[in-house]
Design a protein around this ligand. Structure first.
Ligand code: 5GP
Ligand code: MG
Length: 216
């Protein structure tokens, strides 16, 4: 396997927290009346970073067949932008994973609901994830994919919360270090809403009381 350079990303917490932008966005009809707590990453910031990632990925794969494998649904927006910034031949496929077992606290059991039709053997596989949180999904998927004898297997995550304790497979390419809050937009959903936002935001809780509730 060719020696590949170290993982690249910028620590871009500076892009986080723009209350002035958030105020202007409370009227965004895509938000279903929900108010933005803050914009974590705005559209131009994401665009710039995706362009950089595309260049890094292009440089990291000087030869061989590259298969970009998007983990649905969350990665679809990021993947669509990313592949258009990769300046070398590649194929695209998707996979769908599902956790099962205890529905609230994932038991770590993950199965493939849609399995890529493409052969992985002998190819460079770049698994594209929307966000790495506990890392459970990645741990399991990487094991499943490695069993198919790819030439190499790397992960590209748009966002990384850096909270996963037992993450066995670190993403080699990361868009941004993300704040440890629930984020929506740019592919990320809440109850299937907000995936089409061109920015990444955290929303105010709809039922947060504005005054502290009475103790009685
Ligand atoms: P993990 O297995 O790393 O805990 O979870 C990864 C998956 O959980 C992501 O692919 C994503 O679907 C979901 N997830 C984790 N954090 C967030 C978040 O902040 N917002 C949204 N919308 N989904 C998240
Ligand atoms: Mg997901």
């Amino acid at each position: 396997m060719p020696r590949l350079p170290e993982r690249h990303y910028i620590h871009s917490m500076t892009a986080v927290s723009r209350p002035e932008g958030a105020a202007g966005l409370s009227a965004d009809p895509r938000l279903l009346g929900r108010a933005v707590k803050r914009i974590a990453f705005d559209a131009p910031t994401i665009q710039r970073r995706v362009r950089e990632l595309g260049a890094e990925i292009t440089a990291a794969y000087p030869d061989g067949d590259l298969l970009v494998l998007g983990l649905l649904k969350g990665s679809f927006v990021f993947l669509a932008d990313l592949v258009r910034e990769i300046g070398r031949p590649l194929h695209v496929d998707f996979l769908v994973a599902s956790s099962y077992g205890d529905a609230t606290e994932s038991s770590g059991l993950v199965r493939m609901v849609y399995d890529p039709a493409t052969t992985l053997e002998g190819k460079h596989i770049l698994l594209v994830e929307d966000i790495v949180d506990s890392g459970r999904t990645l741990n399991k998927l990487v094991d499943l994919l490695k069993a198919r004898a790819p030439r190499s297997l790397e992960i590209c995550a748009m966002l990384h919360k850096n909270v996963a304790a037992g993450l066995r497979h670190q993403p080699r390419f990361v868009g941004f270090d993300a704040p440890n809050e629930f984020l929506v937009g740019y592919g990320l959903d809440h109850a299937e809403n907000f995936r089409h936002l061109p920015y990444v935001a955290s929303l105010k809780q709809p039922d947060t009381p504005s005054v502290a509730p009475s103790r009685r």
